[in-house]
Design a protein around this ligand. Structure first.
Ligand SMILES: [Zn+2]
Ligand SMILES: [Zn+2]
Length: 132
C-alpha cells in the first residue's frame, strides 16, 4: 500500500509504502499536549517504508527517547520515533495522509491517560456543518 501525506502548508511531504504494523488512536498526555487535540491517530510503519519527499521537519524530544517530527513552518505533527520503545518503526500521524480513510484505527491505546469526556464521544449529536 503506497500512501502520500504532508503538513497543512505543504512544505513537508512524505510517502509510506508497505503495510502498517498497527494503527491506533493514542490518548496519552504527551500526544495531547503535542497536538493540542484530545487524541491522535498513529500508524506504525517499518522505518524503510517511510520516506520524506519534501521539506525538513523539526524534531522535539517530548520525553525520554520520544522524538516528535513536525513542520517548522505550520507546526503540523508528521511523525514519531522512539528507538527505545519502537525500534525500527516510524509512527505517522494518520490525519496527515491525503486519504486518512485509508488507515482506519484498530484500537484505542493509552486510555489510562484519556480525557474523561472522550470515552463517550460516539454518543454526541452530529451536524453536517453547524447546529441551527
Ligand atoms: Zn507545513
Ligand atoms: Zn500518545
Amino acid at each position: 500500500m503506497k500512501l502520500e501525506g504532508g503538513c497543512q502548508c505543504g512544505d513537508v511531504r512524505y510517502v509510506v509504502d508497505g503495510e502498517p504494523e498497527h494503527v491506533a488512536l493514542c490518548h496519552c498526555a504527551d500526544c495531547r499536549k503535542s497536538s493540542g487535540a484530545p487524541v491522535v491517530a498513529w500508524a506504525a510503519f517499518k522505518t524503510p517504508d517511510f520516506a520524506l519527499t519534501a521539506g525538513n521537519p523539526s524534531v522535539y524530544n517530548s520525553s525520554g527517547s520520544a522524538m516528535r517530527h513536525f513542520c517548522p513552518r505550520c507546526g503540523t505533527g508528521i511523525s514519531y520515533t522512539n528507538e527505545a520503545y519502537l525500534p525500527g518503526l516510524v509512527d505517522i500521524q494518520v490525519a496527515t495522509l491525503d486519504d486518512p480513510d485509508a488507515l482506519p484505527p484498530q484500537a484505542h491505546i493509552q486510555v489510562a491517560e484519556r480525557v474523561g469526556w472522550m470515552q463517550h464521544m460516539g454518543e454526541l449529536p452530529e451536524f453536517e456543518r453547524y447546529p441551527g
